[in-house]
Design a protein around this ligand. Structure first.
Ligand code: NDP
Length: 331
């Protein structure tokens, strides 16, 4: 694979300019380009520039509104609905999260239900924002079916990611963000593109056989959930929270509606915030630090989020697939 070194500001410009060219206004293009740049900065490459052709396809097909102006509506004193105006998720998230922080600081618990949005990014952006505001964050979203429920050979669940963040007063937050499939489809696509194998059992080919060939999974096959029926239960919970509770599309409904332009399908997102200060009391940070100390005293343990935060310290250029840069420039 040929690669090109790009400074972070050049990554931002590449993303921003192509989004602007295809119909985003400055507000929308800036928020999506920032999300993409932060993903490249942290080494979340499957949700960085790799996603730009899909973002652009959905602007070209007019599925996504590039000039969206999401708005908040309080359903209760601490449950807020963001009407996403059919734009990209980073825009709805930017509009909703500051209100969620305010209401959670007041009531201890807050819920943000985002509707009519198109999520094509990692979820740590939103949970980490909550942790940076001294709140615990939980976020999840459903997607078009590509994952078989336990026992099945056909997809019904999306790769349905879930993220959790824990704030730390004197350190970077602990954040996990993971698909409930064995792998995110983005990672499977990157592996297929780069000619790598994936662990056997990551998914099934179109005949229903387990395989380690990512192209057979990505083209007509199906992913499996992590941890067999246990992961399947969590993937089901995510469908119920991000679609059933939010009042937006289940993965199977998103598939029925989507125009398959290669960009993100319409859907919802569930975000919850909790205030440790109000719920656990003022000793919450010291108490949790004792637990992290115990964890880290065990050989081989690292905390989730540490890899990304370490990558972030590097302010230098990032190595980007040269073909991808050419592709984006040709859009
Ligand atoms: P990974 O399996 O790469 O990582 C999952 C989590 O585990 C990360 O938080 C990671 O932390 C942590 N982790 C990894 N290895 C270790 C370890 N040895 N010890 C402790 N923690 C560890 O993620 P996935 O491939 O499952 O998902 C990738 C991304 O895809 C996610 O950001 C997800 O939101 C996104 N996605 C988005 C979708 C959408 O519809 N928008 C759909 C599906 C996925 P760290 O970051 O520090 O490595």
């Amino acid at each position: 694979m040929n690669t090109t070194f790009l400074e972070l500001n050049k990554i931002y410009d590449l993303a921003y300019n192509v989004l602007k060219k295809h119909g985003c206004d400055e507000f929308n293009a800036d928020l999506v380009a920032t999300t993409v740049t932060h993903a490249e900065r942290d080494g979340s490459v499957s949700h960085g520039l790799f996603r730009i052709p899909g973002y652009v396809s959905s602007l070209k097909s007019k599925k996504v509104n590039g000039v969206s102006r999401p708005s908040n509506k309080f359903l209760t004193q601490n449950a807020i609905r963001v009407e996403g105006d059919l734009g990209f998720a980073p825009v709805a998230i930017r509009v909703g999260l500051p209100e969620l922080v305010k209401t959670t600081n007041k009531h201890g618990v807050g819920v943000l239900t985002i509707t009519n949005t198109h999520h094509f990014a990692a979820l740590w952006h939103e949970t980490e924002f909550l942790a940076e505001n001294n709140l615990i964050g939980i976020a999840c979203t459903a997607y078009k079916p590509s994952v078989a429920p336990a026992g099945a050979k056909k997809p019904l669940f999306g790769t349905n990611p879930i993220s959790f963040s824990w704030p730390r007063k004197n350190d970077t937050p602990v954040v996990f963000d993971m698909a409930t499939s064995t792998m995110a489809m983005g990672e499977v696509q990157v592996a297929a593109r780069d000619g790598h194998k994936v662990p056997f059992g990551t998914g099934l080919d179109k005949e229903g056989n387990k395989t380690d060939d990512p192209s057979l999974i990505a083209n007509g096959g199906v992913l499996l959930t992590f941890g067999d029926y246990k992961g399947s239960a969590i993937a089901m919970m995510i469908e119920l929270l991000a679609a059933g509770l939010v009042g937006d599309l289940f993965s199977f409904e998103a598939k029925e509606e989507d125009n398959n332009d290669g960009g993100p399908a319409r859907g919802g997102e569930f975000i919850m915030a909790l205030s440790p200060e109000l719920i656990a009391g003022e000793n919450w940070n010291e108490h949790a630090e004792k637990f992290f100390l115990q964890m880290k005293s065990l050989d081989g343990v690292r905390l989730p989020g540490e890899r990304r935060h370490r990558n972030r310290l590097d302010k230098g250029p990032r190595q980007i697939n040269s073909q991808l840069i050419d592709k984006i420039n040709s859009l």
